[in-house]
Design a protein around this ligand. Structure first.
Ligand code: GLA
Ligand code: ZN
Length: 679
């Protein structure tokens, strides 16, 4: 079942996870909450996320009165509900009566009842219980005026369950994929170390030396979690077909193929917890967070929702400093700048007990609003209320970075001569950085779901695994006039993780072949030296670290050569004119300065649109959200000190005050301004 609709809210969302059920014995607090919720300009609350034990305290005994009361109070106060299904944590009685719902680890030990997010994704009993609960919720609240959106479960994870039910499902999944054991043995290259399977029942996903097995296990788990989710939403879709659905995603490295998952939600939402202040400079954290926001917009190429973020600190990151004044506003509006239709927090009120009692919240244990955090949250709420017009506008990109999660899984499994610091995600961020610095919007794409047609430029760092015919689609893209950048460690294996034999499939597209890859220790010295009059006007020398492919050219031209060692003079950067387009190969890991120079020149040649035509200071960036009639320019300063931005010749107005702005704009430390471009 595909997603059924596009979620287009009428306002920018502002709110938080509201654990109302924890406070049922404290009526004064609940009454005060509604006053404070209005004061903080919240218009939506995430409700009922971990409430199963309160909704069904004993099997078949339901208590919806408190949730009725919450939903009614929200409606009376003009606040909408993002109502959760409670499957993220199961009640103790259920764990006791039905042990099969508890996850089993790889040593065969079944989890005791504890924590959360640890159910077996296959268990028919758990699926049935969840369906039953979701049916009751949907029937009861489908027409409730507060209900805005379903929040299905919470942060589904990919904690593989090793129970008999999951193993049986995995073997069935493998049978469908491979058809025969012979095909499977070939795909996994099991003759290696005598791993050949002679019966499906021998297959146990616990052997990290069989990479094909482990990769398929990850794929299976991801599919199984999506399948569980699809079972969860069945009653919601049947009973309340007009209510859209989301589930909160996390950072992409959790083992779920979110590219696939995103096809089944009506709106992508995610939980963002950057470690602000954890580095000497703030802007690299802003950069990485921007990459993640863009990723979540890109999953569906639609606006997304920031469903959780902390108003101050977390309590699970080792050290988490309170956000310094201004940073809350900046980090919240940053999500909006990249396409979020709102800002939401974990959590509204700090718990009194339990593991998260010292996690940040809008309302702390002091229990009133006379705090810096509450005031800063309120400022965000006020601002969003006045920016309401920009809801459902979106960012548009002409450049995309291929960030393929299955490629990341495979690359992480691969044992290379240098396995340290492969850093796939970090390198994707490094290639993203020059665009972020110039205020050029970037989409992320993946190998199987991507539509390449909107883009002029596609960047594919470390595309180790070629799957689902991506090499053909990239070839067509370049042939038709597109520009492609690919780097070292690309095109090594097929989708079963088997190495290509003979010519690698990118040979004609790149016009070269790779003989070997040097890997460098930190004391090793290597560089690339630009060739005069190269395609991008690169000049001088740049350092190389970690990986350096030694390549031979067929039709490609060298733009830079290596400067040292036994392959000095061999090509290090190349360009191949292919059909109507060009494909560049960056054969080695380069530094920030190189990527900056390389992409500056390329962006200029391709006339990639910048949010603002100006040179932005370090740590300052810009994003544009628009539709056919409106354009909103976000200027963001991730430096703690004020920075000046030249507005050039364009006529801008402050999006709120309509004040005309020309010349130089001063952005205070951690400052953010939203401007409108006069037509
Ligand atoms: C996650 C969970 C929340 C809460 C926060 C704490 O995002 O979804 O329930 O535990 O982390 O940061
Ligand atoms: Zn299981």
């Amino acid at each position: 079942m595909k997603s059924i609709q596009v979620f287009q809210p009428e306002f920018l969302l502002h709110g938080a996870d509201y654990n109302y059920e924890q406070w049922l014995g404290y009526p004064d607090i609940l009454a005060e909450d509604f006053r404070l919720i209005r004061e903080a300009k919240c218009n939506v609350m995430n409700a009922g996320i971990f409430s199963w034990a309160m909704l069904e305290p004993a099997e078949g005994e339901y208590h919806f009165e408190w949730l009725d009361q919450l939903m009614d109070s929200l409606a009376e106060n003009g606040i909408r509900a993002i109502l959760a299904t409670p499957s993220g944590a199961k009640p103790a009685w259920m764990s006791q009566v039905y042990p099969e719902i508890r996850l089993v680890d790889e040593h065969g030990r079944r989890e005791p009842h504890r924590l959360r997010h640890n159910h077996c994704p296959t268990s028919p009993i758990y699926r049935q219980k969840v369906k039953q609960m979701n049916t009751l919720l949907a029937e009861r609240y489908k027409e409730h005026p507060a209900l805005l959106l379903w929040h299905v479960s919470n942060e589904y994870g990919a904690h593989g369950c090793h129970c008999g039910l999951c193993y049986a499902a995995f073997r069935k999944w493998l049978q469908e994929r491979y058809g025969s054991l012979d095909a499977l043995n070939h795909a996994w290259w099991t003759t290696f170390w005598s791993h050949r399977y002679t019966d499906w029942s021998q297959i146990e996903p616990v052997d990290r030396s069989v990479h094909g097995l482990m990769l398929d296990w990850m794929r299976f788990i991801s599919d199984q979690v999506i399948d569980f989710y699809l079972a969860e939403i069945e009653p919601l879709q049947e009973i309340a077909p007009d209510v859209p659905i989301t589930t909160n995603f996390m950072q992409p490295n959790v083992g779920l193929d979110y590219w696939k998952f995103a096809q089944y939600v009506d709106v992508v939402s995610w939980d963002s917890y950057p470690r602000w202040h954890s580095q000497q400079e703030e802007w690299p954290i802003g950069l990485k967070t921007a990459f993640f926001h863009d990723l979540h917009r890109s999953y569906k190429r639609q606006p997304f929702l920031l469903l959780e973020s902390t108003p101050s600190v977390t309590n699970w990151q080792g050290i988490s400093r309170p956000k310094k004044p201004g940073l809350h506003f900046l980090s919240s509006l940053q999500a909006v700048a990249h396409g979020s239709n709102g800002v939401q927090y974990f959590q509204w009120r700090q718990s009194r007990g339990g593991q998260e009692k010292f996690h940040g919240a809008v309302v702390g244990h002091v229990s009133h609003g006379h705090t810096r955090i509450f005031q800063e949250v309120t400022a965000v709420g006020r601002y969003l209320a006045q920016l309401g017009d920009l809801v459902n506008t979106c960012n548009r990109a002409e450049v995309a970075i291929l960030y393929d999660l299955q490629n990341e899984w495979a690359l992480n499994l691969a044992q290379l001569p240098r396995s340290e610091e492969k850093h796939y995600q970090e390198r994707c961020v490094a290639h993203y950085q020059p665009f972020w610095e110039k205020g050029i919007t970037v989409d992320l794409i993946d190998s199987s779901t991507a539509d390449l047609s909107p883009y002029k430029l596609i960047v594919a760092p470390m595309l180790y695994m070629l799957r689902d015919g991506i090499e053909e689609r990239l070839g067509r893209f370049v042939h038709q006039g597109g520009t492609l950048v690919i780097t070292y460690l690309s095109g090594l294996v097929d989708q079963s993780d088997l190495c290509f034999i003979g010519d690698f499939p990118l040979r004609s597209l790149l016009g070269l072949w790779v003989e070997e890859t040097d890997v460098l220790f930190t004391h090793d010295v290597q560089s690339l030296e630009a060739v005069p009059n190269n395609d991008l006007g690169l000049k001088g020398s740049y350092p190389i670290t970690h990986f350096a492919d030694i390549i031979h050219l067929d039709r490609a031209q060298a733009m830079a050569h290596y400067g040292h060692d036994y392959y000095a003079g061999y090509p290090a950067i190349t360009v191949n004119h292919y059909g109507n387009g060009r494909s560049f190969y960056i054969a080695a890991r380069s530094d920030r300065r190189f990527l900056h120079d390389f992409y500056s020149s390329l962006s200029h040649q391709l006339r990639l649109p910048q949010a603002i035509q100006t040179q932005l200071p370090t740590g300052v960036t810009a994003q544009l959200r628009h539709n056919d009639s409106k354009q909103y320019l976000f200027l963001m300063n991730f430096q703690p000190t004020s920075q000046e931005i030249s507005l050039g010749e364009s006529d801008y107005r402050d999006a709120l005050s309509a004040e005309r702005l020309r010349g130089v704009l001063e952005l205070e430390g951690y400052g953010l301004r939203v401007l409108r471009l006069d037509d």
